[in-house]
Write a protein that binds this ligand. Structure first.
Ligand SMILES: NC(=O)c1ccc[n+]([C@@H]2O[C@H](COP(=O)([O-])OP(=O)(O)OC[C@H]3O[C@@H](n4cnc5c(N)ncnc54)[C@H](OP(=O)(O)O)[C@@H]3O)[C@@H](O)[C@H]2O)c1
Length: 238
């Protein structure tokens, strides 16, 4: 089975951060952008986030729109997506919302290392399907496994480590990058990506698809795998 098409989705502040250091969850998006992400989720089969985002934000990873959920069911799909997370430490709370709410697509999937599997023991087995990945190509193996499970489109929603891993390994087909009008300004806050060796190096231009203005949020789309580079973009939709 083919690997899924991978869409990375992120909301960033004007100064490149994806969160601040205040414990309460920060929402960078506005209503129209949340709806855009909801529409993108509805077109996917699975949604993946890193364990740190599970611990910090405890998201439900659901489709907010009842209409979109109904349309999926009418098309023979589960109302919500297959939920996926990754951990090395095994530090995942079995009570996390992603394991209990909106799980019409079946038990959420947890991918881990051999060590992570040992640390986890059986504590997640009642709420998740845990897979230990033995080889060095963690992300490639994970995508192969998702492909075998029939996942054709995967949305990856962060955080920093996960976006960095997909982009540096050349595994992201599409990037949806929403810019929100905030200046976080905190050195310890997480950024979109960490320093890494990205394919093509620091001078490579990603192929631009389009830009959409959603009130005070601007959504940019790129094709990170494409070898075509376009120096200036003209396509702006309001
Ligand atoms: N603005 C946005 O669009 C957006 C979206 C999502 C998240 N965020 C923010 O991003 C921040 C979290 O980012 P983050 O970089 O700290 O964490 P993260 O990317 O959410 O998760 C990182 C964790 O994933 C696991 N992991 C990473 N690589 C792995 C591998 N190869 N094998 C197995 N497990 C692996 C590890 O879990 P263990 O530690 O358990 O080993 C690692 O600590 C939060 O502040 C969150 O709010 C923002």
């Amino acid at each position: 089975m083919a690997r899924p098409y991978v869409v990375l989705s992120v909301a960033v502040s004007l100064d490149g951060y994806i969160d601040d250091t205040i414990p309460e969850r920060l929402y960078l998006s506005n209503d129209r952008d949340f709806d855009g992400v909801d529409a993108l989720r509805a077109d996917c089969d699975a949604i993946l986030i890193g364990a740190e985002t599970v611990r910090r934000d405890d998201p439900r990873l659901w489709l907010r729109s009842e209409q979109r959920r109904a349309a999926r069911v009418a098309a023979g799909k589960p109302a919500n997506l297959v939920k996926v997370t990754v951990t090395r430490s095994g530090d995942l709370d079995p009570a996390a919302k992603m394991f209990h709410q909106f799980i019409e697509a079946g038990k959420p999937l947890v991918y881990t290392t051999i060590e992570g599997r040992e640390k986890l023991g059986d504590q997640l087995d009642a709420v998740a399907a845990v897979t230990a990945i033995t080889d060095t190509d963690f992300w490639g193996t994970l995508l192969d496994d998702l492909g075998h499970r029939g996942i054709e489109r995967l949305i990856v929603e962060g955080g920093t480590q996960i976006h960095t891993a997909f982009l540096s390994a050349g595994l992201a087909d599409e990037l949806r990058y929403a810019v929100a009008p905030l200046l976080i300004g905190q050195a310890d806050a997480p950024r979109f990506v960490q320093p890494a060796d990205f394919p093509g190096g620091s001078r490579r231009r990603l192929e631009f698809v389009d830009a959409t203005v959603l009130d005070d949020v601007v959504v940019l789309r790129y094709l990170p795998k494409s070898t075509r580079s376009i120096p200036t973009g003209q396509s702006v939709t309001r």
